[in-house]
Write a protein that binds this ligand. Structure first.
Ligand SMILES: [Zn+2]
Length: 188
């Protein structure tokens, strides 16, 4: 894969051409994948306050005038790694609790309910993302979200027996297999 393509992984490109997560869960997937641990740190799409602001604006998670100071960008990255931690069985719950933001039950004219952020700005963005996490746990879709065993990229496992372990067999899977193969050959 060329660098130009690699830089699109997580947004325009999903490794292995995997279908993205369904519904609003796609937004949470994109959030986790604003950084791929396999890529250089400065490729992080929310790595600086400016980049974080641009990403949040593009996803309509904040309004035009909202500012994203350093601390908020850092909070987002902490939240991202904690949500990823839910997929890698890292220790995530305490960090998520510390970063939580309030949601309200909104009711439209037809009586349909949705969870909406109770605040604006970064708190609103965090609330929206955690609301999606909550919805995905209710529908069961969250149980199909996985983190690649190698690069920790978040992908949606549509396989029948939910057995997928790598973002794309052709990238991470083969690399992992090759390494095991060479280790065996070297007698490690
Ligand atoms: Zn991977």
């Amino acid at each position: 894969m060329e660098e130009r393509e690699k830089r699109q992984v997580g947004e325009q490109i999903d490794p292995g051409g995997r279908p993205k997560a369904p519904g609003r869960l796609e937004l949470l997937q994109r959030f986790i994948n604003t950084h791929n641990h396999d890529f250089p740190p400065d490729w992080d799409r929310i790595g600086t306050p400016e980049k974080a602001r641009a990403w949040l604006r593009e996803k309509r998670l904040i309004a035009a005038g909202d500012r994203v100071p350093d601390a908020d960008a850092a909070r987002l990255r902490e939240l991202r790694e904690a949500i990823r931690g839910l997929l890698t069985s890292g220790e995530a719950a305490a960090v998520l609790r510390a970063n939580a933001a309030p949601l309200i039950v909104a009711i439209d004219d037809a009586g349909r309910t949705t969870l909406e952020p109770a605040a604006i700005g970064i708190d609103g963005a965090v609330a929206t993302l955690l609301g999606i996490l909550h919805e995905a746990q209710l529908t069961g879709d969250w149980s199909r979200m996985k983190a690649c065993r190698h690069c920790e990229y978040a992908f949606f496992d549509r396989s029948k027996n939910r057995s997928a372990a790598w973002c794309a067999m052709s990238i991470c899977g083969n690399r992992t297999k090759n390494r095991a193969y060479y280790r065996r050959r070297r007698g490690e």
